[in-house]
Write a protein that binds this ligand. Structure first.
Ligand SMILES: [Zn+2]
Length: 205
């Protein structure tokens, strides 16, 4: 199996990465893999009051052992209108980091920013041997993973990380029980313990 040394994890908004592949990122960083988290928008659309979503996601990612966090502030919900810029931006990170694996969003998703990030990622990261899409609460019901990462105790780190998202804490999908049940469900589909599931765009072994 190909050894992974550097990972680029791409999310449209603060919290996408933690929800989609947080436990896997914690597992990777615990092994000494360099993970760069690329968060593309500030996630402030529709959020009222003095909310610090960028700070929340930075703290959450640090909880997962990710210290290389790059926060861009592209306009939330408007990513489909700036596809060329998005590709260029992600491409710069891909060339700079030269990752062995990319985690990105899923092609079939209710949120237009998530779809835009997927499209831009597969173009910008075309030279990366492994591109995996992660699941989010807005992924379509046809998200049927075929790659699974058993995360063991790292699920607790994911739950702890999500607690940093104070502004989102009332959302159903942020509850610890929900996170744990989802991981158990994905794992039991293939006879594993708590796991995160992925759909590969490509997976060079
Ligand atoms: Zn999102």
């Amino acid at each position: 199996m190909r050894t992974v040394h550097r990972v680029l994890a791409i999310g449209a908004h603060p919290d996408d990465l933690e929800l989609g592949c947080g436990a896997s990122l914690a597992k990777l960083t615990a092994r000494g893999v360099h993970v760069r988290a690329l968060v593309l928008t500030d996630g402030l659309r529709g959020v009222a009051g003095p909310v610090r979503r960028c700070e929340e996601t930075r703290n959450a990612l640090e909880q997962l052992g990710v210290t290389d966090v790059v926060q861009h502030r592209l306009p939330d919900t408007a990513l489909p209108t700036m596809q060329a810029e998005l590709i260029k931006l992600i491409e710069a990170h891909s060339e700079d980091l030269s990752p062995d694996r990319v985690y990105t969003m899923f092609r079939d998703d209710r949120h237009q920013d998530h779809r835009a990030v997927y499209e831009a990622s597969i173009i910008a990261c075309r030279s990366v041997p492994q591109i995996l899409s992660y699941e989010t609460p807005s992924s379509w019901p046809n998200f049927m993973p075929v790659v699974f990462e058993p995360v063991g105790d790292h699920i607790a780190e994911k739950i702890a990380a999500l607690r940093h998202h104070v502004s989102q804490r009332d959302r159903t999908y942020m509850q610890a029980s929900q996170i744990f049940c989802s991981a158990q469900f994905r794992g039991q589909q293939v006879g594993l313990g708590p796991s995160e599931g992925f759909i590969p765009y490509k997976l060079a072994l």
